[in-house]
Design a protein around this ligand. Structure first.
Ligand code: THU
Length: 155
């Protein structure tokens, strides 16, 4: 019997340490959360996906009285990018969140289903997807969803 050790690399930095492109993407994610429809959880999430041609596609969580019908911000952004520009790779996605109108102190990290959708995005375009997860003061950066989803399922 042997054990596998799985490791993940996450960069932790502050907003002012980001590149100018990264700052723009983070600002877009923070702006995107204002369009969330979250009357049930009062937890607003914004996402901003940067496409290879420079376009930025926003998403936000959209809830529903029938809870499972709602959609997370990340999938709203990635599915929207897929619908708008199916042939253009997605290179990065930034996330930000507010609970009851207050920015989350801890960086917002994507749910399991969104990680799986991010993995499909990487596989589809054969390019790593950079993920910037924002908290009030710190940003966690993963250079691929593989760092967030070890032993991922794929067909
Ligand atoms: N949510 C997201 O939009 N993204 C995540 O990564 C985690 C959770 C949303 C779903 C729901 O509308 C609210 O946050 C509370 O779970």
């Amino acid at each position: 019997m042997e054990q596998m050790k799985l490791s993940a690399k996450i960069t932790v930095c502050r907003y002012n340490e980001l590149s100018s492109d990264e700052k723009i993407l983070v600002d877009e994610a923070r702006a995107a959360l204002l369009a969330a429809y979250a009357p049930y959880s009062r937890f607003r999430v914004g996402a901003a996906a940067r496409l290879a041609d420079g376009r930025i596609v926003r998403g936000s969580n959209q809830e529903n009285a029938s809870f499972p019908a709602g959609l997370c911000a990340e999938r709203t952004a990635l599915f929207s990018a897929g619908a708008l520009a199916p042939d253009v790779p997605v290179e990065a996605i930034a996330l930000a969140a507010e609970a009851d109108g207050v920015p989350t102190l801890a960086p917002i990290t994507p749910c399991g289903i969104c990680r799986q959708v991010m993995l499909e995005t990487e596989n589809r375009y054969k390019k790593p997807l950079r993920i910037l997860m924002c908290g009030r003061d710190e940003v966690y950066i993963a250079s691929s969803v593989r760092d967030l989803l070890p032993l991922a399922f794929s067909l």
